[in-house]
Design a protein around this ligand. Structure first.
Ligand code: ADP
Ligand code: ZN
Ligand code: ZN
Length: 845
């Protein structure tokens, strides 16, 4: 190879932003233009120009293409939109989750970044420029930009006005006079520009005392303020400022004001840590490389304070930190605490921001300045160039998993890769860790009793049940905060047997204990939270007299109730393996006639409460009432200010709400949680119940928890009542081992959907056949379950079927040993049938 071509790769392989087109295309690199992987380009594609991303540079063209057939890159639009190492992360996401690279890029980048129409050219120089040396097109571009109030124009507009614009632009870019910027999609606004006032000279000669005062205000604020802020702080007017500018004392310039969500919060100081917090912090500060730690701290044990103090020195070292939270409802309180500590260095990044806000935040994050980014799962892709730590709070939360569109990634898995690529520690925090994380980090096979403080795992954990050793190079640590701050007790949990209530003739959804507690709460002017299990479309069948639940004999998940038409008898189905049986009339265990499907929505609970407890002021907190942006914050604020006695809501209540005045926490029916048709039901139930319970007694008084259920003897209920997390996980692990469910086996779910029932079913069958053949051919150890119709067969006019694969364990998110025959599987679908691959699915259809 000639040395020159090594220095200057002549070809670039790109991905074009064109739905349906997923392969790499080769283009020639124009002479004198430097292109690096990750740069955004514009290329000719058919008759159009489209946005593209440079993926790989090569010195030689592909063998099947003659060099003269290869077109030149039309333009390098923007570089360094990705921090170092980021590219490898996206490739990993694409590989692991079986999606085209372009799909992974789309989920990471702010929306619309690649769309062609958004390119703008901006003049970077504001001084007088000598245009004589420029070529004609370059000069024309500069002149036209000088005529723009914002010093920029859409590239398409310049192309229309200037002949040879592309050449002129290249010339100006080399001089560093202009830059090409990308704008968010057309419907949102351009970067917001505002007037900024900069102090030039405070001691002008002919200044009035009033003008001097204004300059003093400006000087006091670091010599630079937005014009509108200076008007406010200096109590002055725009004409006055203009006069000061004319006197040469300040410059008024138009500058981009990034649309970043900002809220003023009063600053606070680090708290004096408890001994447990201190030990955890010391361990975290001592971490090196990409170690991961599970910070297992009961609710209210002060995990957040540990995160804050762990992050402080990282910022001091000039590095940034990424803090991930599961749901946006959780961010207001947490964000405020981070802002109080770190001020304006805290940024939020999540998909509820407008496209413009996301775009601005993205570019802001690319700064080298140390910052703290707080965000939901997509923030795991925040382009922080110099990452010093990743915190993933409430790591067990299912909000970290993307269900659709592809890639169906889990932010925890991606965060693991990211910490490896950035060589920085990953801190996973939870009061109720997921089994996956727990098994990886807990030092010895779980036994009952509390954690044993700080421990390191030198060798991979190998448990009974034959789990293969992991190829795991990371250091893993388990840290525990077994007590609440100030040794506040965890609230006592009373379990109420609802079968007993029925026997005693109480057919209300509120047991005697709860009725009494609600009345006392009101009388003592306290506040409470009532948790109602979110009602899905599907329900299980159980006996209200003895608590018996219909389970699948093969899969150990509850059967779901289907009543599709008045003409058909109701039937029960396992949506893992497609086992079907008639709905029995009476309970098979005790012959009670109270054998029915189960479930109550928030709406009905509110109606009943209004009827039975008219004196209670209620606030509803579920997905219906919190849809609006900022609604979470507003509702919690109302509740915190005492505008209601009882907050009635679903799963959302379990998330990080820290309201010291909450005394009573009640769970209407724990059964709804325990019997979800999901092999994780029991793990989830324990997590949710402990989390809900943790909302009580966070203030001075201990509070109480009431847990109503039809099956109080279920081990999970007992474990929750005694706060025995470890024991519970231990029992659950044994069950998982028996059926080879995660963390013992890995699951991949294949979802097939389409407008016609029959074609979907056929495609599912063909895919199953293709898979079985491939498994045989490769002698892979993979089990195929199904195909089975989804629990909710039809959604938005599409029928849905599911196939489930069980593979050998892959806890670490290592690339798959055995690859799915992707192309063959897609070939089984027609134009209208869609196949979605969900690796490590969290909820099964
Ligand atoms: P977690 O995140 O573990 O649920 P938090 O960090 O929210 O717990 O802490 C619970 C409460 O205790 C918060 O109000 C917090 O301000 C307070 N807190 C945390 N650490 C300390 C400490 N060392 N001293 C006093 N109060 C603390
Ligand atoms: Zn029964
Ligand atoms: Zn089954």
């Amino acid at each position: 190879m000639e040395p020159e071509s090594e220095l200057m790769p002549s070809y670039v392989e790109v991905l074009v932003d064109c739905p349906g087109h997923t392969g790499l295309l080769t283009y020639r690199v124009p002479a004198g233009v430097a292109i690096a992987p990750g740069d955004i380009l514009s290329v000719d594609f058919g008759a159009r120009q489209v946005g593209a991303i440079a993926v790989r540079l090569t010195a030689t063209p592909p063998p099947d293409l003659a060099p003269e057939q290869i077109r030149e890159v039309a333009e390098a639009v923007s570089d360094s939109l990705f921090p170092p190492g980021y590219w490898a992360l996206l490739e990993r996401v694409a590989d692991y989750y079986y999606t085209p690279l372009m799909t992974a890029i789309r989920v990471a980048l702010p929306p619309g970044l690649l769309q062609r129409s958004q390119r703008r050219v901006r003049l970077l120089r504001s001084e007088m420029l000598d245009l004589k040396t420029l070529s004609v097109p370059a000069r024309q571009i500069v002149q036209s930009l000088q005529g723009s109030a914002t010093r920029d124009y859409a590239w398409s507009y310049i192309q229309q006005r200037v002949e040879g614009a592309a050449k002129g632009l290249r010339e100006l870019k080399q001089l560093g006079w202009v830059e090409m910027t990308l704008q968010p999609p057309a419907h949102s606004t351009q970067p917001k520009r505002q007037q900024k006032v900069t102090l030039l000279n405070q001691d002008g000669e002919d200044l009035t005392p009033r003008q001097r005062e204004i300059l003093a205000v400006l000087a006091h604020n670091g010599g630079e303020l937005w014009l509108q802020d200076l008007l406010k702080y200096g109590k002055t007017t725009a004409p006055t400022l203009q006069k000061i500018a004319q006197a040469g004392c300040v410059a008024i310039t138009l500058e981009e004001r990034l649309r970043l969500e900002e809220r003023a919060v009063s600053r606070d100081r680090p708290l004096t840590l408890t001994a447990d917090q201190q030990a955890a912090l010391a361990a975290i500060r001592g971490l090196s490389g990409c170690a991961t730690v599970l910070l297992h701290g009961v609710t209210g044990s002060g995990k957040t304070e540990v995160y804050l103090q762990a992050i402080a020195p990282i910022l001091k070292q000039g590095k940034s930190a990424l803090v991930l939270v599961p749901e946006i409802g959780l961010t207001p309180q947490l964000t405020d605490r981070f802002r109080a500590r770190f001020g304006s260095r805290v940024r939020v990044y999540h998909s509820a921001l407008s496209d413009g806000e996301r775009y601005d935040t993205w570019r802001y994050l690319l700064n080298k300045e140390p910052q703290v980014v707080i965000g939901t799962r997509s923030a795991v892709f925040a382009p922080l160039p110099n990452l010093g730590a990743i915190v993933l709070d409430e790591e067990h939360d299912s909000g970290y998993k993307q269900e659709q569109p592809a890639p169906c990634y889990h932010a925890r898995t991606v965060a693991g890769w990211r910490s490896q690529l950035s060589d920085c520690p990953l801190i996973l925090g939870s009061a109720t860790p997921s089994l996956e994380t727990y098994t990886l980090h807990y030092p010895t096979p779980p036994t009952s009793g509390q954690g044993k403080g700080i421990t390191s795992l030198d060798s991979p954990l190998v448990k009974g049940g034959g789990r293969a050793a992991m190829q795991d190079v990371r250091q893993r640590y388990y840290l525990s905060l077994p007590q609440r701050v100030q040794s506040r007790p965890l609230p006592p949990i009373t379990v109420v047997d609802m079968r007993q209530e029925l026997q005693n003739g109480n057919r209300s959804m509120f047991g005697q204990t709860l009725q009494k507690a609600l009345r006392e709460m009101k009388a003592q002017q306290q506040q409470g939270i009532l948790f109602v299990q979110r009602r899905g479309h599907s329900t299980f069948v159980s006996c209200r007299s003895c608590g018996y639940v219909m389970d699948c004999p093969n899969c150990s998940v509850s059967l779901t109730y289907h009543h599709e038409s008045p003409q058909r008898n109701p039937f029960l189905r396992c949506h893992y393996c497609n086992f079907i049986q008639q709905q029995p009339k009476d309970c098979p265990a005790c012959t009670s006639p109270y054998f029915r499907f189960f479930g109550t929505g928030t709406q009905r609970v509110i109606e009943t409460l209004n009827r039975e407890f008219p004196e209670l002021r209620l606030l509803r907190f579920d997905s219906d009432t919190t849809r609006r942006k900022g609604a979470h914050r507003d509702l919690l604020q109302q509740f915190a200010e005492g505008e209601a006695d009882l907050l009635v809501g679903t799963q959302m209540l379990t998330k990080g709400i820290d309201l010291p005045q909450v005394q009573l926490v009640a769970v209407l029916a724990a059964d709804g949680l325990l019997n979800l048709p999901d092999f994780r039901a029991s793990e989830r139930a324990v997590q949710t119940l402990l989390q809900v319970a943790g909302r009580a007694g966070r203030g001075e008084t201990p509070g109480q928890v009431i847990l109503q259920t039809y099956c109080p003897e279920t081990p999970a209920i007992g474990a929750v009542q005694r706060y025995e997390f470890q024991a519970c996980m231990d029992a659950e692990l044994r069950l998982r081992a028996e059926l080879n469910y995660p963390p013992y086996g890995q699951l991949i779910s294949l979802r097939i959907s389409g407008p016609e029932m029959e074609t979907v079913e056929k495609a599912a069958d063909r895919i199953a056949a293709v898979l079985k053949a491939a498994i045989n051919r490769d002698s892979a150890t993979v089990e195929v379950l199904g195909p089975a119709p989804a629990n909710i067969l039809r959604v938005a006019g599409r029928f849905r079927w599911q196939l489930l694969l069980k593979l050998p364990p892959n806890l670490e998110g290592n690339l798959h040993q055995w690859k799915l025959p992707i192309q063959e599987m897609h070939d089984c679908c027609n134009r209208h049938t869609r196949l979605t691959i969900d690796v490590d699915p969290l909820s099964l259809l």
